[in-house]
Write a protein that binds this ligand. Structure first.
Ligand code: GTP
Ligand code: 5AD
Length: 327
């Protein structure tokens, strides 16, 4: 409780688009999904203004997410400007990696260093099944390109799906032996249907049990702006392993992030539907101090909550669409 009161809410995740070039099985109800009209999506100038206001509210780290952020035109120019905003220490990006090979040099030149890339399988046919596209070779080429350019930290996000990719956890973990990467395993969150989630959920405790053959996992200490992962060193590995367990062992008391959806809503918690609208005041002449007040309000709401309700829910939240909230 004390930890919750003293934590700094200094990390803002900005979803800049709800468009994505993949259709991952766990992401959203794709059949029902309708893209937001372009006018609803915040413009880059609006995002930059919000980022500047967020700095005043204490934000130091911004992570750009989607949908898939690399599909939005003009991203590189936006990142350059964001990176120059006084008060922002880190501009980070989460991508599915499909367009990474061609864009990595520009991202690097725009000042991005922290890159998280989604990769749930090393098998091409399985990648097709999970994402609905044949882009595994493109993602692997993008990862190699990013590593050779020196992005650091470079993290791989692997959502573990029982019966779909859980037989690969050792092979995927071993990427951190060969390369100076952080491989993170993530528990499936119920974003599609409850029966599907129940069938494919695998806890991080079980994943760690399966990785025991790699040797002892030595816990690493958390940095001040760190995300939800618990990280470990493995003897003989160049990189690290991380575990994100929002379902079995939530990290709410130390959660330091706010998230902005692509249509301008600020969400104190990924897994709660409560949101504050920033687009209306942005577009209707609201002052920076009023928008700053809304950020402060979101922070206040976040401090009030030290746990989300997902693990005990009987059904899936209908409004948890990763594609506009950004994971
Ligand atoms: P860094 O620590 O900066 O690397 O960021 P991150 O791990 O938060 O970013 P990333 O976009 O790679 O997200 C990785 C996973 O963590 C995704 O599955 C997210 O859905 C999950 N995640 C990120 N933020 C939260 C959060 O606030 N709550 C919960 N429950 N899960 C989150
Ligand atoms: N459960 C867990 N992780 C998810 N992501 C997207 N949807 C889910 C889900 N239902 C992950 C993606 C990406 C990150 C931003 O969020 O794999 O790496």
């Amino acid at each position: 409780m004390e930890e919750a009161a003293s934590r700094q809410i200094n990390y803002l995740r900005m979803s800049i688009t709800d468009r994505c070039n993949l259709r991952c099985v766990y992401c959203t109800y794709w059949k029902e999904w309708q893209k937001q009209p372009a006018a609803e999506i915040l413009r880059y100038e609006e995002l930059l203004r919000l980022a500047a206001v967020a700095v005043e509210a204490g934000v130091r780290k911004v992570r750009i997410t989607g949908g898939e952020p690399l599909v939005r035109r003009g991203l590189v120019g936006f990142l350059q400007k964001l990176n120059r905003l006084p008060g922002i220490d880190q501009v980070c990006l989460t991508t599915n990696g499909v367009l990474l090979r061609e864009l990595a040099p520009d991202l690097y030149n725009a000042g991005v260093r922290h890159l998280n890339v989604s990769l749930d399988t090393l098998k091409r046919d399985r990648y097709r099944r999970i994402t609905g596209s044949d882009n595994l070779p493109a993602v692997m080429a993008g990862l190699r390109q990013a590593a050779s350019l020196g992005f650091h930290p470079l993290k791989i996000n692997c959502v573990v799906l029982r019966g779909i990719n859980d037989d690969e956890v050792l092979d995927i973990a071993r990427l951190a032996r060969e390369y100076p990467l952080q491989v993170r395993f993530i528990e499936l969150m119920p974003t599609t249907s409850q029966p599907w989630w129940q069938r494919h959920f695998l806890s991080m405790a079980e994943v760690r049990r399966r990785l025991a053959v790699l040797g002892p996992l030595e816990p690493l200490t958390r940095e001040a702006t760190a995300g939800p992962a618990r990280n470990f060193r493995v003897p003989g590995f160049q990189g690290e392993l991380g575990f994100i367990s929002p379902m079995s062992e939530h990290h709410c008391p130390t959660c330091n992030r706010l998230r902005l959806s692509s249509d301008g809503k600020i969400r104190p918690c990924l897994l709660e539907s409560q949101e504050l609208d920033l687009k209306e005041p942005l577009r209707q002449g609201g002052s920076d101090s009023f928008i700053g007040f809304l950020f402060q309000e979101a922070i206040r709401l976040k401090h009030r909550k030290t746990s989300h309700s997902l693990p005990c829910m009987g059904s899936c939240p209908q409004d948890l669409s990763m594609v506009s909230i950004g994971g």
